[in-house]
Ligand binder design. Structure first.
Ligand code: GLC
Length: 439
């Protein structure tokens, strides 16, 4: 081997080893997230004082900036009970929770040293509300997520401000942008050092490019301190999982990991006039849809400025918790289920794919049907009950390899008040017939 090639080959081996090590670690660290299925998002900030849109209220000129910011004087957190919040989240079945550490309005919920715009320094609450919450989450076995807005419309060095005006052009004042980068990256470093989040939920990346945010540097800043941290995708391509917002995917997303974030009603933060609550049935069926397609649901609640969570939100979390507990094995630790066309509803599989879980849509009692299941069913039952089912195989022709249809009657007495789950134990890992009906 020539003297020139040897170092090049060695360098190639070293680089490749480094790369595969990184990808292995990056995929290993995602395991808990893939199994977690449900997270609770919390939008809590000064916008809850008047019940206005979080940050967008002044950006969209529904209220002027000064009036919007004056809300900080009403943020008391007087009835804030982080232990109760954490227990409620645990009770809902969620495995992680993401709280807004700072929204686009720039108000930090922790005692930032990078400026003085924070709940501890400027509000009557006079305290860091993040520390006790993360402590309570960890105590209750719930992973900690930090929402962080890259956008900071109030900061004098941040260019963006209102929908039709900006403070300056980046090209004209690079020194301001340089100062802002030091500022926001400093805040990220603070959150990392103080709370060591399991998950970072960035927002607002759309206002600047990866280069402008220094996205690779931001990613490194976090992973150097905690290589297990998971980053959502709103970091201009430098995140770990997909983040569809409000819209339930119809086609299974391509990313191996994704999370649908969605509001309980129509707004992220508390707004008294918004009583358009999704029902437990709607939330549960949306959740089932997400996990059937291999994703998670990050369901949002918006506490009031005094820290109370309204009864409607509490009820939904509790009902979700009841349903999750009963159907635990079909949800947590499962993987996405059947492709479209085999069953008219969501489904999941055990990780070894020898157990299939069918989520009955539209409160159906039977007979339900599964198509193209090329397995023997060892046992069919209604999950969380003692009810066994007797599958009837219809249309199996002796001389054809095409499997018959599986029909099952589900007695009304065994139905769940929200969504019933049928468990099919299979003879071997799932095998599907995907043909066009020919033999
Ligand atoms: C959007 C909004 C923001 C909200 C977030 C949650 O990005 O800008 O207000 O916090 O969605 O997903």
């Amino acid at each position: 081997m020539s003297k020139i090639f040897l170092p090049i080959i060695l360098l190639f081996i070293v680089l490749n080893a480094g790369f595969s090590q990184k990808t292995t670690h990056d995929s290993l660290k995602m395991h808990w997230f893939g199994d977690a299925k449900l997270g609770i998002f919390i939008h809590w900030g000064i916008y809850a004082v008047k019940g206005t849109d979080e940050s967008w209220a002044f950006y969209n000129k529904k209220i002027n900036h000064a009036d919007y910011m004056a809300q900080i004087g009403g943020f008391t957190a007087a009835k804030y009970d982080p232990e109760y919040w954490a227990q409620l989240i645990r009770e809902s079945g969620a495995r992680y929770s993401v709280l807004t550490t700072k929204h686009h309005d720039g108000v930090a919920l922790w005692d930032t040293k990078m400026n003085d715009l924070s709940i501890p320094k400027k509000s009557p609450a006079h305290k860091d509300v993040l520390t006790p919450f993360y402590k309570a989450l960890r105590k209750n076995g719930v992973k900690c997520g930090a929402y962080f807005s890259l956008i900071d419309w109030t900061h004098p060095d941040y260019p963006g401000f209102l929908k039709d005006s900006t403070k300056y052009k980046l090209t004209e004042h690079p020194e301001k942008w340089a100062r802002f980068k030091t500022f926001f990256q400093g805040q990220i470093a603070e959150i990392q050092a103080q709370f060591n989040p399991d998950l970072w939920w960035f927002d607002g990346d759309w206002e600047h490019s990866a280069e402008e945010w220094e996205a690779p540097k931001v990613r490194r800043l976090i992973l150097d301190k905690n290589p297990d941290a998971i980053l959502n995708s709103r970091l201009q391509g430098y995140g770990d999982y997909g983040t569809p917002e409000q819209h339930v995917p119809v086609v299974r997303p391509k990313e191996p990991y994704w999370e649908l974030c969605m509001t309980h009603n129509n707004n992220w933060g508390w707004q008294p006039q918004d009583t358009f609550w999704k029902t437990p049935y709607e939330i549960i069926t949306i959740f089932a849809d997400a996990i059937a397609n291999g994703g998670n649901l990050l369901l949002d609640i918006g506490p009031k400025a005094d820290g109370t969570i309204t009864p409607e939100q509490v009820n939904i979390l509790k009902e979700l918790g009841r349903w999750n507990k009963k159907h635990e094995e079909a949800i947590f630790g499962s993987i996405g289920g059947l492709p479209n066309g085999h069953f008219y509803g969501p489904s999941t599989l055990s990780k070894d794919s020898t157990t299939l879980y069918l989520f009955l849509p539209a409160r159906a009692s039977g007979p339900v049907v599964v198509k193209g299941l090329d397995n023997q069913i060892k046992e069919a039952s209604v999950l969380g009950t003692t009810q066994k089912l007797t599958p009837k195989i219809v249309g199996k022709i002796s001389w054809s390899a095409v499997p018959g249809l599986v029909y099952m009657d589900v007695p009304k007495s065994a139905l769940d008040e929200q969504m019933t789950v049928i468990r099919l134990k299979l003879d071997k890992p799932l095998k599907l017939y995907r043909g066009h009906g020919g033999f």
